[in-house]
Design a protein. Sequence first.
Length: 170
Amino acid sequence: MLDGTEFGRLFESFQHTAFRLETLDLYDVEEEAEEFAAFLAGEAMPPEWSDNPWVRSMTDLGKTVARVHVLTSPLTDYLRYELSAYPGNITAGETIGIIDRAARPVAGLPDHDFWLFDDTDVYRMHYTADGKFIGAEQLPAEATPEYLRYQQIAETHAAPFAEYWRQHRP
């Protein structure tokens, strides 16, 4: 199991593509606590919300970064916060789709988060019940075809973020 620092290094070493499936309604990220509180208080968000430098550091190298977030409306406070930051990720080059289970359930997806790098390396993400990151488990190579199918299902059924946000923005 990789900790956050070890897992973070993978974003420097992947060659072409990084895909994430997100499934939680809450992520307890210590580094976001102050910003999340400011968001809830209606304060302005930092400049990187308009063009995410972390995403930009990968896309400027010609790498593809994509995610599909599976969620259920109505949105939790945390999801409103997270989705409010997505336009800056998109400006930086990330492709983001949304599957809202309340509007259209999609069968065949796992109930856990994962990252898929270069269509070969799969990492299942582990969290506590309240969304705190525990670690990333690299899955064996024979699991890759299954996770490629999950990616295909997710991307096929996801609404583009901009379309979803126009309809659901609080």
